[in-house]
Design a protein around this ligand. Structure first.
Ligand code: GRG
Length: 303
C-alpha cells in the first residue's frame, strides 16, 4: 500500500500545485498563502488516493478521477481550516504546525476556507486538473456521457459537503459534544450509538463516499458497481472516523466514541465494518486490490 500511495500522491500534489500556479497575480497573496498553508505540506491525502483507486477498481484510468481527487482534498482542507477556528474546535496546532487562523488571522482563515470550497467545484467544472492546465474556463467535455458523469460527481460532492453532509454533521457533532457531558451514561448508551453513527456518516463518511463513488463514476462504473461502492464507502468512512477517535483517545478532548463504548469494542467495530466492506467487492478481482488495501489502511494507520 505504501508503494501505491507513494506513486500516486506526487501526481495529486502536482495537480493541486498546478491550480495554484495559475492563480498567481489574480488572488491576494495573503489569501493564496492561507489557502496553501494546510495543503503544502499536506496530510495523508487519503481521500484523493481513494478516488484514484476507485476509478481503477472499476477498470478505469486513475487519471480520469484526478480532478475529483484534487477537489476532494480542497474540500477536506477547507473543512479542517474551519474546524480549527475559535468558534469550532479552537485549535492552535494541526499536524504540528500553527493552524491557519493562528498563522494568518481569523478573517483570512474563514475566507481561505470559503475560497478552497469554491475552487474545488471550479476544478470539477473544468474537468481537468493536470499540471500545465492554464485554461481560464473549460471547453465542453467530449460526449454527453462524460458530461453527465461529471455532473453527477459535482452534485454528489456538493451534497456530501453541504447541509445534508459535512456541515450538518458538524453542527450535530457540536451539539452532541455539548450534551454528552450532562446526560447520564445509560441514556447516552441508549440513543447515543444511533446519534453518533448518523454524525459519523455525515461529518466524515459522506466525503469518503463522494471520493470513492465519484472516482468510480469517472472511471466508468456501472450502476451496480456504484451502488455497491455507496455502501462500501459509507462503512469505510465510518470506520475511519472511529479509528480517528481512537487515535485521539489520549488527548484532552476525550473521543466521542469512547463515551459510549470501550477501546477494544470500538476497535473491533471499526475492523468489522472494514472487513464487511472489503467482502462486498471481493469478486472484483485484482484491480480492486488497492481499494481494499486502502480501506484496511484507513483503520490501521498510526496517525
Ligand atoms: C461551514 C463553518 C463550516 C464548517 C464546515 C468544519 C466542518 C464543516 C466540518 C468538519 C468536519 C471534520 C473536520 C471532520 C473530521 C474528519 C477527520 C477525521 C479529519 C482528519 O482526516 P485525515 O486524518 O487528515 O485524513 P489529514 O491530516 O491526513 O489530511
Amino acid at each position: 500500500m505504501e508503494a501505491y500511495m507513494a506513486e500516486r500522491i506526487p501526481r495529486i500534489d502536482a495537480a493541486i500545485e498546478a491550480r495554484f500556479d495559475r492563480s498567481a497575480g489574480r488572488v491576494p497573496e495573503a489569501l493564496r498563502g492561507a489557502m496553501r498553508h494546510l495543503l503544502f505540506p499536506g496530510g495523508k491525502r487519503l481521500r484523493p488516493v481513494f478516488a484514484l483507486a476507485a476509478a481503477e477498481a472499476v477498470g478505469g484510468r486513475a487519471e480520469a478521477a484526478l480532478p475529483l481527487a484534487v477537489a476532494v482534498e480542497l474540500i477536506h482542507t477547507y473543512s479542517l481550516v474551519h474546524d480549527d477556528l475559535p468558534c469550532m474546535d479552537d485549535d492552535a496546532l494541526r499536524r504540528g504546525r500553527p493552524t491557519v487562523h493562528v498563522a494568518y488571522d481569523e478573517a483570512t482563515a474563514v475566507l481561505a476556507g470559503d475560497a478552497l470550497q469554491s475552487e474545488a467545484f471550479s476544478v470539477l467544472a473544468e474537468g481537468h486538473a493536470g499540471p500545465g492546465c492554464t485554461r481560464a474556463a473549460a471547453s465542453l467535455p467530449e460526449g454527453t456521457d462524460a458530461a453527465a458523469r461529471m455532473l453527477f460527481v459535482v452534485g454528489r460532492l456538493a451534497r456530501a459537503s453541504g447541509a445534508e453532509g459535512l456541515v450538518g454533521g458538524q453542527l450535530d457533532d457540536l451539539a452532541f459534544e455539548a450534551a454528552s457531558g450532562s446526560e447520564p451514561i445509560a441514556a447516552r448508551a441508549g440513543t447515543g450509538h444511533a446519534r453518533l453513527a448518523s454524525i459519523h456518516e455525515r461529518k466524515t463518511a459522506a466525503l469518503f463516499q463522494a471520493a470513492i463513488v465519484g472516482g468510480a463514476v469517472l472511471g466508468g462504473a456501472n450502476e451496480d458497481e456504484r451502488e455497491t461502492l455507496e455502501v462500501f464507502a459509507r462503512d469505510v468512512g465510518v470506520a475511519f472516523q472511529i479509528a480517528d477517535d481512537l487515535l485521539d483517545a489520549d488527548s484532552a478532548e476525550a473521543a466521542s466514541i469512547l463515551r459510549l463504548q470501550g477501546i477494544e469494542d470500538a476497535r473491533a467495530g471499526a475492523e468489522g465494518l472494514v472487513e464487511r466492506a472489503i467482502a462486498r467487492i471481493e469478486g472484483w478481482g485484482e484491480r480492486a486490490g488497492p481499494l481494499q488495501e486502502l480501506a484496511r489502511f484507513a483503520v490501521r494507520r498510526r496517525r
